[in-house]
Design a protein around this ligand. Structure first.
Ligand code: PGA
Length: 264
């Protein structure tokens, strides 16, 4: 796994955004896998700034989001569709009709999951998937014990995730306990994966992801099986890794090699 350790959250957002910008420049009709949560927000700000300064266009890009609360419509302020519109889509030139978020208001959520998988395949698969990580190692809403081969499905949230996300809901507001999420198998099929983590509260999950065993107890550890995955993390999120110097050394050597070859 490629582990890039940077000073702080701002550097993580910049580095992560650059990966996406390069991808879109290389392939203007890229299929992006996108994520919600607080960590990607700064990366989305970087993408918006890059669009506004003419560095990148999303005109031919399409996207699939990882997950959505079951029981919320896209106009609900806590829905992930609403979040994506607010944080990214409304500020760039992407065609909204080309942006997909699992339908939280589907009449038949089970067939909606199958349809979501089908739609990803129809687009030729996801070129690059952005991920955050939960304190418990979840990716998307694939909570610990999720099958490592799982596909898009209805998933019950753990108490820890409900508590972590309670801050976004008002005291009397309905907070869903169910979600639709891409599966770990779905995520592993994307051609590239970029996982962002910042802050000391992610340090344990990052250690389990990089240096722990491959286990459903830490869903992100499944990324050890992926061919092209990069973890972009800050010093705080890296603070429990046993071999920080080694990862920094590898990244430095990689950069030197790329410079020598004139590649980015
Ligand atoms: P966060 O969420 O970015 O808000 O910490 C990450 C996640 O739960 O995937």
């Amino acid at each position: 796994m490629k582990v890039v350790i940077l000073k702080d959250a701002a550097e993580v957002a910049k580095y992560g955004a650059d990966i996406f910008i390069k991808q879109i420049k290389r392939k203007p009709d890229s299929v992006l896998g996108l994520a919600t949560g607080s960590t990607p927000v700064a990366l989305y700000k970087e993408l918006i700034a890059a669009y506004q300064s003419g560095r990148v266009s999303f005109k031919n890009v399409s996207s699939f989001n990882l997950d959505e609360y079951l029981g919320l419509t896209g106009t609900h302020p806590q829905s992930y569709r609403y979040f994506m519109n607010q944080q990214l889509f409304d500020h760039i030139d992407i065609e909204k009709s080309q942006t997909a978020v699992p339908p939280g208001d589907a009449e038949d959520p089970f067939s909606a999951c199958e349809q979501y998988e089908h739609n990803i395949k129809q687009k030729g698969g996801i070129d690059i998937q952005l991920l955050g990580i939960g304190r418990n190692g979840h990716i998307g809403f694939n909570e610990p014990s999720s099958s490592l081969m799982s596909r898009t499905r209805v998933k019950t949230l753990t108490r820890a995730t409900i508590d972590d996300n309670a801050r976004f809901f008002g005291p009397d507001e309905y907070q869903p306990h169910l979600s639709i999420t891409m599966g770990i198998g779905t995520i592993l099929e994307s051609k590239k994966v970029v996982l962002l983590a910042t802050g000391a509260n992610k340090a344990e999950a990052i250690k389990a992801t990089v240096e722990g065993p491959l286990t459903a107890a830490c869903p992100a550890s499944a990324l050890q099986m992926h061919e092209h995955v990069v973890l972009v993390i800050d010093e705080a999120a890296a603070s429990q890794l046993a071999d920080v110097d080694f990862y920094k050394h590898i990244e430095m050597e990689n950069q030197k090699l790329l410079e020598r070859l004139g590649r980015d």
